[in-house]
Write a protein that binds this ligand. Sequence first.
Ligand SMILES: Cc1cc2nc3c(=O)[nH]c(=O)nc-3n(C[C@H](O)[C@H](O)[C@H](O)COP(=O)(O)OP(=O)(O)OC[C@H]3O[C@@H](n4cnc5c(N)ncnc54)[C@H](O)[C@@H]3O)c2cc1C
Ligand SMILES: *[C@@H]1O[C@H](CO)[C@@H](O)[C@H](O)[C@H]1NC(C)=O
Ligand SMILES: *[C@@H]1O[C@H](CO)[C@@H](O)[C@H](O)[C@H]1NC(C)=O
Ligand SMILES: *[C@@H]1O[C@H](CO)[C@@H](O)[C@H](O)[C@H]1NC(C)=O
Length: 545
Amino acid sequence: MAPRRNSPARQIPWYQNLWEHNAVGIAVSVCILIWLLYPTKTGAYAHAYAQQQPIIDCGPDGPVKSVAIIGAGSAGASAAYYLNKFKNPCDKVNITVFERSSYVGGRSTTVNVYDDPAEPVELGASIFVEVNKNLVSAAREFSLITTSRQSKELPGTLGVYDGLYWKFISSESSWWTTAKILWKYGLAPIRTQNLMKQTTGKFFKMYEEPYFPFRDLSQTAYDLGLTEATAATGEEFLLKNGIQSPFSTDIIQASTRVNYAQNLNKIHGLESLVCMATDGAMQVQGGNWQIFDGMLKASCARVFLNTSVTSITRQSNGTYAVDALSSNSAIQPSSYDTVILAAPLQYADLTLDPAPLNPPPEIPYVNLHVTLFTSACALNPQLFGLNSNEKVPTTILTTISDSQPVHPGFFSISTLRTLTNPKTGEKEYLYKIFSPEPLKIEFLEGILLPSPDEDRITWKYEKVWQSYPYLPPRVTFEDIQLDKEGKVWYTSGIESFISTMETSSLMGMNVARLIVDGWAGEEESQWEEVTGEEIPRTVKAAEEL
Ligand SMILES: Cc1cc2nc3c(=O)[nH]c(=O)nc-3n(C[C@H](O)[C@H](O)[C@H](O)COP(=O)(O)OP(=O)(O)OC[C@H]3O[C@@H](n4cnc5c(N)ncnc54)[C@H](O)[C@@H]3O)c2cc1C
Ligand SMILES: *[C@@H]1O[C@H](CO)[C@@H](O)[C@H](O)[C@H]1NC(C)=O
Ligand SMILES: *[C@@H]1O[C@H](CO)[C@@H](O)[C@H](O)[C@H]1NC(C)=O
Ligand SMILES: *[C@@H]1O[C@H](CO)[C@@H](O)[C@H](O)[C@H]1NC(C)=O
């Protein structure tokens, strides 16, 4: 975690606090605006797990430990990567990753605008932030280039629209935006920022001893005081901390809606605050999936794409058979000592035999419609209640108010960048819309300025995701270990706590640590059985790496 200079315990006048934020390039404390207005400086992270392995005499070869991972998204790729990192240098570990789709990355993937590989755009998870340790350090390790989200050619304005009125519109000048925010919301932005830092500060302890690795997410959340935030709705939790409407409904809810398609009276307090942690927002040029691809390559895992696992079955000798449907003939039935299910069980479409001790229940996920399209036409200001000479904000977020029965019909409309249509040579805009329902062509054409062209929409791509769970308040989370023996592991329970690429990666890393610790325990007991002695020094030293 980056050192935090600002703590609520330090009694400083609010204006000084404000200045300090501005001095480091933050337009007041409303971080949601930051990634739209500022280029990103990638945080410098020391390598948490720098490898420096002394030469160790491993003695005679032990058995190969074979691990099957189901899912090549953030969680599965991270599990493979950290298994390889954490393992005792003498351990021979054979990792096999099964992935149902034809690509690595899961919910983090790109599509090519105009079907041109030179113009990828994120279709799923698009943003991570500088405090996302695992993603940031992996991106650095694999020399991936990160950029701030906003393209430089477009003025970075953001507006919050409720279907009839604009609740907030930022200015192209950050100072003016700051003044506007202060004028309208007073201290609420600063209170929010402080509460967010306090809460995320607790969360970052999950990466460190004594909390890491954690066997029981519910217990760890409780021990860290995070259950307080997950037990209440965002609205309740914010109110309890002195943050109310209109800041909560105009700004924080706009953020929970664009990030999780949920309103503040439904989504829990922890996820609401995570939405406000946007300092140093970035994405990997060419696609965030490259982080997970890099992790898999670094782990030396065998990766089978286009391969759906249909069952995981415990055999009489304690190993697991993993059955899969695949077009790939290189896959031979084989047995594994350890299995990691790195995908939501309810969508994995596989059977577990024996059934898990506490089967993860089916939980409702958001069906999010993502529509990407290009057009030479700008957005039509009059459709959004603006004068014809006004510009529509490049990012339109939405909110709903109690007094306001109109629903905007979408969560966000972003003008991502400008590009050149290869067919016409014309400059066009790339738009992305998140909505709860599929968007009719009339809607898309309706939001654009009229033009004599027949087809104002030159390229379009639509996808429905089961993007993240609905996140109502809760205090318990699904088990990480599905069996008594510690051979079958599950990463997706963390999604009801916080659903992001980074948290899936954290869970993959956590499971890897628990598995490697389990192996060390087994070896220790084997040594004691054979020799009646304590485990030799060299092996111990290696374990402590
Ligand atoms: C539109 C959208 C926007 C988002 N925005 C952000 C964002 O800005 N920032 C952020 O951090 N997060 C964002 N998220 C959330 C983020 O994508 C997820 O939290 C994260 O990627 C989950 O990773 P995972 O590895 O746990 O699961 P997944 O990425 O879903 O990976 C699971 C993998 O398992 C595979 N699989 C499932 N069953 C089987 C089987 N039987 N056999 C073989 N393979 C199987 C699947 O094909 C999939 O590839 C967004 C998500 C969506 C959809
Ligand atoms: C890993 O397992 C596969 C399949 O069982 C096998 O083909 C391969 O040789 C193994 N690799 C090692 C290093 O044991
Ligand atoms: C997976 O399937 C897709 C579509 O059927 C195909 O284009 C691709 O080549 C396959 N990939 C592998 C590695 O088999
Ligand atoms: C365990 O049993 C399976 C199926 O009977 C067999 O294929 C596998 O080789 C056995 N593994 C060990 C380590 O004995």
